[in-house]
Design a protein. Structure first.
Length: 763
C-alpha cells in the first residue's frame, strides 16, 4: 500500500550494481559456493571465479564493460588496474556529458583507490581508506559530497543480505553462466567494500557534516489546537542570507531523511513528522490532521530569520499526499509541490477501485504501533500471508478480518466504514472546487508499474478539471514505486528499460525547485504538461493532456471462444476489430465459495515469461499487428454483459505478446475496480442481476509502448478473488458484510461480443 522509502532505497539499490549483463556467448563456469557469505573461503572462491571470467567477459556497452571490469579486477586483487579502469570510466562518462555529476559509483572509486594505497604503501586498510576519502570528498561542493557520503553510509548488512540471497539461489547449481557470474561478482565486491567502509564512515561523515551544515535534529513545533510536532532542520553553513525552504511532512520516521540533501542543494531542509511520531505525545491518526499540521509548519517556517518566506513541499506516497493535503487551503508561502505517486486517501489507499486491501491493516500497524516504525511486524510476510489465508478459508466477513488478525485497529475499522468516496475522505485532500484555488506550479512523477499510480493521476486530472489555468506537469515512464529513492536500474522485473528512461528522478526534484524558486531553466525533459517515455521506442514524447497522449485509437471487441475461463482452463477468445454478432457472448463462471486457491500467488514478472497470471480469468488475444503500433494513454471500454449478481469486482490486465511468445505487461498491477462504483465514486449504482446492460470503465493507469509488428495485444479479464483483498459476493449489502454464506451460487457472467476495449494510439 504505502511503503517506507529508506528500506526501498538501500535494499533495492543493489540492483543498479547488478545491471551489467555479459553479452558473450553463453557458457557455464563451475562454482562451488559455501553456505555463508562470511565464510573464510569466499575470497579465494571469488578470486578464482574472477580469474576465469577476465579472459572471456565481453559487453557491447563500453561504460558497463569498464564498470564490471573494475569489479573483476578488485576481486582478483589487481587494485592498480582497477583504479585505472575506474578513472577511464569516469573520464568516459564526463566526456559523454560534461555536466555528468558525481554519482553513487564514486564510492567504488574511493574504495579502489584505498585498496591501491594499501597494497602499494603496505598500510592498514583503515588508514588507506581515510586517506582516499579525505583526498577526494572534503574539497567537493556540498551537493557532490552529499551524493557520495549518502552512498558510503548504506549499512553493510544490505550488501551481505543481497550476496547471501544470490548464493542461496546458485549454490545448488554447481555452475553459473557468465551473466549470473557478473551478478555474483558485483554482489561480492559490494559486500567486501562496505564491510570495510562501514566501521569508518560514521566519524568521517560527522566531521564533514559539522563543517558544512547547521543541524537542529529535535525541533518542536506547536499547532494552534495544542498538538506538538517533531521536526529535523538542516541549513547550509556557507550561506548567511535567508533561503527558501523545502519541507517534507511524513509519517515515516527513518534513520536517514532528505533534509540534509535539501541543504546540500542550497535550500533550508526540514522534515516534519505527523502527530504522535518521534517526540510527539499526541495520538497517531494517519490522514486525520496532516493538512492542518503541515500548514502550521509552513507558518512556523515563515517566521524564522533564515526563511525568505517561500516554501516548497515534496515527497513520495504519504508525504506526497501531505503536500496535497496542505494545498487544500493553500498557504501563501507554499510556492510549489513535487510529488512522486502521492497517496490519495479513499482513491488508492486503503482501497483502490473501491476494493479494500488487507495490506492497509498491516501498514497502519507499521506506522502507529510505535513512535517510530514497527518494522518487525511489517516485514513478516509469512505471518500476514498465513492470516490472510486463514480468513479467506473461513469465509468470514471483512469486518471480522481484525478478529483473525487478533487485534482491533480503530483506524482500519473507520476506513472500511466508508466504502464510497464520501465526506470522510473528501475532507482529507482537495476536492472539486478546492483544486480551483491551487495556482502554484506542481510536478508529479509516477510509473506504469507503480502500484500507487492511481493517486498521481487523480490529482492531475482533478486539478485540470476544476482549474483550467492549473500549472501541473506530469512525468511518467516505466518505473515502479521506489524509483525516486533508488533511481531506475537497467532492468525491472525482467523488463530491460530503454536507455532514455534511465534519468535521475530524485535529482529532477531539485531541478524543478531551482526552476520555480531560483529562475533556473525548466528541466529539458518537461516540455509539456504530460511527458511520457515510449517503451520500445527509446524516446520521450510530450502532450498537453492525458487524453492527448494518443491521436487515434484501437477499438477491439470481445469475441467468444470455446467455453468459460476457469483457473484450470482458459477460454480461447479473441480481441477483434468487429463484433461477432449481437447474440454472441463468452460465458464465465467463478465459484466464490471455492477456497482451494488460498495459497495461490500469481507469478510476478513484467517481461520474460511465457505464462500469464490468468487466475479466474478469460484471455482475449488480438491478431498479430501488421506494423509497429504505438499505444499511449489509458485503457477504457464498455462491457455489454448479463451478470447474475448485483455487483462484481472486475480485474483487467493488458499485455503485449511478442512473436516469440513472451509476454510484456503494459501496466502493473492489473486494474481492478468495483462495478457499482465504476461511474461514480460517491454513490453506489448496483447492477441489475439477470438483465443485459452496459458498464463503462476507464482505467486509472496509463501506459506507452511501441508494439512490434507481429505482436498481439492480450487482455486478461477476470473476477477479483484474492485472500489479501476484500471479496465482493455480489449482494446489495455493504461488501464488508458479505460472508461465505453469500457464495452458494457461483458468479455467472455473459460477456457479449459488443463489449469492447479502446486503447489510444499515436502516429
Amino acid at each position: 500500500m504505502i511503503r517506507g522509502k529508506f528500506s526501498l532505497a538501500v535494499g533495492l539499490w543493489v540492483l543498479l550494481l547488478m545491471a551489467s549483463r555479459a553479452w558473450a556467448a553463453p557458457q557455464n563456469l563451475e562454482l562451488h559456493l559455501p553456505a555463508s557469505a562470511s565464510d573464510p573461503k569466499m575470497p579465494e572462491i571469488m578470486k578464482d571465479l574472477a580469474d576465469r571470467m577476465l579472459p572471456v567477459y565481453e559487453e557491447p556497452d563500453h561504460q558497463r564493460y569498464l564498470a564490471t571490469l573494475s569489479a573483476l579486477q578488485l576481486v582478483d586483487g589487481n587494485y592498480q588496474a582497477a583504479m585505472a579502469t575506474r578513472q577511464e570510466l569516469r573520464g568516459l562518462r564526463k566526456g559523454a556529458d560534461p555536466t555528468y555529476p558525481l554519482d553513487r559509483s564514486v564510492a567504488y572509486d574511493i574504495y579502489a583507490r584505498a585498496r591501491n594505497i594499501q597494497a602499494h604503501d603496505k598500510r592498514a586498510f583503515d588508514q588507506a581508506f581515510i586517506q582516499s576519502y579525505r583526498d577526494l570528498v572534503p574539497p567537493l561542493n556540498d551537493k557532490d559530497a552529499y551524493a557520495i557520503i549518502s552512498q558510503l553510509e548504506i549499512p553493510p548488512a544490505v550488501y551481505q543480505n543481497a550476496l547471501q540471497k544470490l548464493m542461496m539461489r546458485y549454490r545448488d547449481k554447481k555452475a553459473v553462466d557468465l551473466s549470473e557470474a557478473v551478478e555474483l561478482i558485483w554482489a561480492y565486491i559490494s559486500y567486501e567494500a562496505y564491510r570495510g567502509i562501514g566501521p569508518l564512515i560514521g566519524k568521517l561523515a560527522a566531521e564533514d557534516d559539522a563543517r558544512r551544515y547547521i543541524v537542529e535534529p529535535n525541533l518542536h513545533i506547536k499547532t494552534p489546537d495544542g498538538a506538538m510536532l517533531s521536526a529535523t532542520l538542516v541549513r547550509p553553513r556557507s550561506v548567511s542570507k535567508p533561503l527558501p525552504t523545502l519541507l517534507e511532512f511524513t509519517i515515516y520516521v527513518y534513520p536517514v531523511n532528505d533534509a540534509k540533501e535539501c541543504a546540500a542543494h542550497g535550500y533550508v531542509g526540514i522534515v516534519a513528522y505527523a502527530r504522535g511520531k518521534r517526540a510527539s505525545h499526541d495520538p497517531v491518526e494517519p490522514f486525520a490532521h496532516d493538512g492542518d499540521d503541515a500548514r502550521s509548519v509552513i507558518q512556523w517556517i515563515t517566521k524564522q530569520s533564515w526563511s525568505d518566506g517561500r516554501v516548497g513541499m515534496y515527497g513520495t506516497a504519504y508525504s506526497g499526499y501531505a503536500a496535497w493535503a496542505a494545498a487544500k487551503e493553500p498557504p501563501e508561502a507554499l510556492k510549489s509541490i513535487v510529488a512522486s505517486t502521492p497517496t490519495a486517501p479513499g482513491i488508492d489507499a486503503p482501497k483502490e477501485g473501491g476494493i479494500y486491501h488487507n495490506a492497509a491493516y498491516r501498514w497502519v500497524r507499521y506506522v502507529t504501533d510505535t513512535k517510530g516504525l514497527d518494522t518487525a511486524i511489517y516485514n513478516d510476510d509469512g505471518h500476514w500471508r498465513a492470516l490472510d489465508e486463514q480468513w479467506y478459508r473461513q469465509g468470514e466477513s471483512y469486518w471480522d478480518l481484525m478478529h483473525v488478525y487478533h487485534r482491533n485497529q480503530a483506524d482500519f475499522r473507520r476506513w472500511i466504514g466508508h466504502p464510497s468516496y464520501d465526506g470522510f475522505w473528501q475532507k482529507m485532500i482537495p476536492y472539486r472546487d478546492d483544486f480551483g484555488r491551487i495556482n502554484f506550479p506542481v510536478l508529479t512523477t509516477s510509473g506504469y508499474y507503480d502500484g500507487a499510480e492511481a493517486g498521481a493521476l487523480y490529482y492531475f486530472n482533478e486539478h485540470y478539471r476544476y482549474n483550467p489555468k492549473a500549472d501541473q506537469t506530469l512525468l511518467i515512464g516505466p518505473y515502479d514505486h521506489g524509483v525516486v529513492q533508488r533511481g531506475p536500474s537497467f532492468e525491472l522485473y525482467g523488463y530491460q528499460r530503454d536507455a532514455t528512461a534511465l534519468i535521475n528522478l530524485h535529482e529532477l526534484r531539485y531541478d524543478w525547485f531551482n526552476y520555480v524558486l531560483f529562475g533556473a531553466p525548466r528541466p529539458a525533459v518537461l516540455q509539456d504538461r504530460v511527458n511520457f517515455e515510449v517503451m520500445g521506442a527509446n524516446e520521450w514524447q510530450h502532450a498537453p493532456s492525458l487524453d492527448a497522449m494518443g491521436n487515434g485509437s484501437l477499438k477491439l471487441f470481445l469475441n467468444p471462444g470455446q467455453g468459460a475461463g476457469t483457473r484450470s482452463t482458459l477460454a480461447s477468445a479473441a480481441l477483434a476489430a468487429q463484433a461477432a454478432g449481437d447474440d454472441s457472448f463468452t460465458a464465465q463462471s467463478v465459484d466464490l465459495a471455492d477456497r482451494s486457491d488460498a495459497g495461490y500467488q500469481p507469478p510476478f514478472a513484467i517481461a520474460g515469461s511465457t505464462d500469464l497470471p490468468a487466475h479466474d480469468a478469460i484471455v482475449f488475444k488480438s491478431e498479430p499487428m501488421s506494423k509497429p503500433t504505438q499505444i499511449s494513454g489509458a485503457l477504457s471500454g464498455q462491457f455489454d454483459l448479463v451478470p447474475n449478481k448485483q455487483d462484481l469486482d472486475i480485474k483487467l490486465a493488458l499485455y503485449e505478446q511478442l512473436a516469440s511468445g513472451e509476454y510484456i505487461a503494459l501496466f502493473d498491477p492489473p486494474y481492478a475496480f468495483r462495478a457499482s462504483y465504476a461511474a461514480d465514486r460517491v454513490h453506489r449504482h448496483l447492477l441489475k442481476a439477470g438483465e443485459r446492460q452496459t458498464l463503462g470503465f476507464h482505467a486509472e493507469r496509463v501506459t506507452s509502448r511501441q508494439l512490434a509488428a507481429g505482436s498481439r495485444l492480450v487482455l486478461v479479464l477476470g473476477i477479483n478473488k484474492r485472500p489479501d483483498e476484500q471479496v465482493n459476493y455480489g449482494t446489495d449489502a455493504d461488501v464488508s458484510d458479505g460472508t461465505l454464506d453469500d457464495a452458494k451460487i457461483p458468479v455467472k457472467i455473459r460477456w457479449y461480443s459488443s463489449s469492447f476495449i479502446e486503447i489510444p494510439t499515436r502516429q
